[in-house]
Design a protein around this ligand. Structure first.
Ligand code: GDP
Length: 331
């Protein structure tokens, strides 16, 4: 475990890309022990100047879409290109456990064995905000350790993918075709967030389904407003199992990065993400602080009850709460 005495040496080793030190640094960041908070803040502040160089990639897909099979093939391809790859597997449904869970060794065996790769699961913290904040910090650690591509993987359920989309440069949605699955993807609003849609399992008898789904997604994308002026989201197909179509996906992601870097958009997006992060965290901490004041907490619950009993309209309840705040804290 990293402590005050070993911090400087640990940062040095981290920057050399030592995976054991990276794992220790992650354990420190994830620790809920109150005694570790100051040290993890110092660590994060110290590594900030060495972050930002990696390509940040988000990958989402429903369970069974083939995320780990895809990441195994994709990660190994990047390594053959001479790149170092980190995978942070966010699983909002898995409970906190001391040891490793599914993201670790069993799912991406070849990648997990490679010296140029690092895989880390992020178990749920109970509430999503906490999980994604930690995922973001783990991503920064991977960057400081010199990884070229940092992939944040998440299961495609609601809020978790939105949060992941907000912390990456390029957001890839992994889909499957057949049995109405493509409608799921279109309905859930992932289309607006995705920079690239990949339809997996383009093999065997499933290939005609994939071709149909591909057209559906392409048509749907054409009627949506573009997320970026300089990028029309693409729809690609692959077979993670047969390792086909993976190189084209990497090329497309590289094109995306070039297009957004050339226009200066990527820097702008990252700036915006940092600003939004701070705004959101500030709002949350102000609210937490407010509710530690018993007089406010009591008044707020009185208003809730009054609205529930139909004694007040919600609008009047809000006006009273505002007046209370004004009177108590701002006069
Ligand atoms: P995850 O839950 O999204 O991580 O999905 P997995 O990678 O664990 O894959 C779920 C199942 O789909 C496994 O049985 C895989 O072997 C299978 N699978 C993954 N990719 C492909 C593919 O490209 N083609 C076919 N036919 N099966 C695949």
């Amino acid at each position: 475990m990293i402590n005050d005495a070993t911090l400087a040496e640990s940062i040095r080793r981290l920057r050399l890309g030592e995976r054991a030190t990276l794992a220790q640094a992650m354990t420190l960041i994830e620790s809920r022990h109150p005694g570790h908070q100051a040290l993890s803040t110092t660590l994060l502040d110290a590594i900030m100047p060495f972050t930002g160089h990696a390509l940040r990639l988000g990958i989402t897909g429903t369970p069974g879409a083939g995320k780990s099979t895809f990441l195994e093939a994709f990660g190994m391809l990047l390594i053959r290109h001479g790149l170092r790859v980190a995978v942070i597997a966010v699983d909002p449904s898995s409970p906190v456990s001391g040891g490793s869970i599914l993201g670790d060794k069993t799912r991406m065996t070849e990648l997990a064995r490679s010296d140029a790769a690092f895989i880390r699961p992020v178990p749920s913290s109970g509430h999503l905000g906490g999980t994604s904040q930690r995922a973001h910090e783990l991503m920064l650690l991977c960057e400081a350790a010199g990884f070229d591509v940092v992939i944040v993987e998440t299961v495609g359920v609601g809020q978790s993918e939105i949060e992941v989309a907000r912390m990456v440069d390029c957001f890839v949605s992994l889909q499957i075709a057949g049995g109405g699955d493509e409608l799921q993807g279109i309905k859930k609003g992932i289309m607006e967030m995705a920079d690239l849609i990949v339809i997996n399992k383009d093999d065997g008898d499933n290939r005609p389904n994939v071709a149909i789904a591909r057209h559906m997604y392409e048509s749907a994308l054409h009627i949506l407003r573009r997320k970026y002026e300089e990028w029309q989201p693409q729809v690609l197909a692959c077979s993670a199992l047969e390792k086909r179509g993976i190189e084209e996906i990497w090329q497309t992601i590289a094109d995306f990065r070039s297009a957004l870097t050339a226009s200066g958009r990527l820097a702008q997006v990252r700036q915006q993400q940092s600003v939004e992060w701070l705004q959101k965290q500030t709002e949350e901490s102000v609210l937490r602080l407010l509710f530690t004041r018993t007089e406010f907490d009591r008044y707020f619950h009185q208003m809730l009850q009054a609205v529930k009993n139909n004694d007040l309209s919600p609008r009047t309840g809000l006006r009273h709460i505002n007046e209370f705040l004004q009177h108590q804290y701002f006069e």
